[in-house]
Write a protein that binds this ligand. Structure first.
Ligand code: SF4
Length: 152
């Protein structure tokens, strides 16, 4: 009987405490501990500012080198471009730049010759040399054509 009295008294005290909110706070605290805000058991996520590791890119293949100038022996065997060659005529090529009629060739300026043209690959002092406009043929160092471009 004493125990029943004691239990009733305890229940009343508990209900009184609930009414005052004293019991709710510890439960709220537990809920916070086991709730969604604490995810210590979840696997760690990478920081947003740290990008995932990327595989290293393969090195780019090297650029193909420009076609090398023909070797000296190869150049010596190349035929010389004739002024009456159809391509030479279409580009107004002449062996002697000083003979260019500037009235007919307004791009021509005195001093322009094959040897100081960017497309000429002949050696310094050589009388004839290769030109990329006329592959397989040599042009005269003192020549000129309408494609002339000054060396840089
Ligand atoms: S492109 Fe230049 S080197 Fe070739 S023929 Fe014309 S002027 Fe001469």
């Amino acid at each position: 009987m004493n125990r029943i009295k004691h239990d009733a008294k305890t229940r009343r005290e508990i209900l009184k405490l609930i009414g005052q909110g004293a019991v709710v706070l510890p439960f709220a605290g537990l809920a916070a501990c086991s709730g969604g805000s604490d995810n210590s058991a979840a696997p760690a996520k990478p920081a947003a500012s740290t990008p995932p590791p990327q595989p290293k890119p393969e090195p780019a293949p090297s650029e193909p080198a420009a076609a090398p100038a023909p070797a000296a022996a190869e150049t010596a065997n190349m035929p010389r471009l004739a002024e009456d060659d159809p391509l030479a005529q279409s580009l107004s090529y002449v062996h002697d730049a000083s003979s260019v009629d500037s009235a007919k060739q307004p791009r021509y300026e005195s001093g322009q010759v094959c040897s100081n043209c960017a497309l000429y690959t002949g050696g310094d002092g050589e009388e004839w040399g290769p030109c990329s406009i006329f592959p397989g043929k040599q042009v005269k160092a003192s020549g000129w054509c309408s494609v002339y471009a000054p060396k840089a």
